[in-house]
Design a protein around this ligand. Structure first.
Ligand code: SAH
Length: 254
């Protein structure tokens, strides 16, 4: 028996992995992050599965439920929103399980940053624009290391995706404007892949006000960078003059 940390995907129940869904169907105990995971996913749970919403539980209580279930011979699914490796607080759960000798496995998921790019119809890495994506958050009750503050990160002018910061977009965009400049394209995606998804386009100058007008306070990502608008170069990889191990250079006229 094991504990599986399963990525639920960004919201649309069809965006869980095939493996994640199978584990959900087989689990005796499911602990899900009720504040973010789409409850529609629980429709796949076994009718006899016991489900717990982790939003009202402490780490200690969660680990106790996991341990009890595994010792009674139940498979456990710990369902995290998006991909568990991003702001999932799974490291401390894994270490607590290790200390108790309980096996676990992580099953990755589709992160909300991928769903946001899909909703926008954009690619984070476009040649001539950016080849780097920064995934970060603004410091709040959970502090961010000083070297990773938004002003410092904005100096790179890379594509950027800001998590957990929908409540402080004014501050975040002002800090980001230091390096990017106020006219840099920005977008907010609220509840990417959910039926109530909203997409808002703008620049660092106006995106916070536009999001506020739409009443967006949580479950949203801010995306910033020149990948959102403007010119770029087509990729070398699929260019006729760019040969590689799987395709020879096309000869002109021949
Ligand atoms: N592990 C998750 C992130 C958890 S942190 C993932 O990989 O996506 C929670 C934050 O993620 C939210 O505050 C919000 O910024 C973002 N988020 C999660 N689901 C989202 C969605 N469907 N649309 C937009 N943002 C989302």
């Amino acid at each position: 028996m094991k504990v599986y940390f399963v990525g639920a995907g960004p919201g649309d129940p069809e965006l869980i992995t095939v493996k994640g869904r199978r584990l959900l169907e087989q689990a005796g105990v499911i602990i899900y992050a009720g504040s973010l995971v789409n409850p529609a996913l629980l429709a796949w749970a076994h009718p006899e599965a016991v489900c717990y919403d982790s939003s009202s539980l402490t780490l200690e209580e969660i680990v106790e439920i996991m341990e009890g279930a595994v010792r009674r011979g139940r498979e456990v699914v710990r369902l995290h929103t998006g991909d568990p490796s991003l702001y999932g607080a799974i490291r401390e759960q894994m270490e607590a399980l290790e200390a108790r000798g309980i096996p676990y496995e992580v099953v990755p998921g589709v992160s909300s940053f991928s769903a946001a790019a899909a909703a926008l119809g954009r690619e984070f890495t476009v040649p001539g624009r950016s080849q780097t994506l920064i995934l970060t958050r603004r410091g709040g009750r959970t502090p961010v290391p000083q070297a990773e503050n938004l002003r410092a990160l904005s100096a790179h002018r890379a594509s950027l995706c800001l998590f957990l910061s929908a409540h402080c977009l004014e501050e975040a965009t002002a800090e980001l404007a230091c390096g990017y400049g106020e006219q840099t394209p920005a977008a907010v995606v609220y509840k990417a892949s959910w039926p109530e998804e909203k997409v808002i386009w703008g620049s660092l100058e106006d995106i916070a006000a536009k999001a506020r007008q739409e009443g967006i306070e949580r479950t949203a990502l801010l995306l910033v960078g020149d990948f959102l608008a403007g010119p770029y170069q087509r990729s070398c990889l699929y260019h006729p003059s760019f040969g590689h191990g799987y395709r020879k250079v096309e000869k002109s006229g021949g």
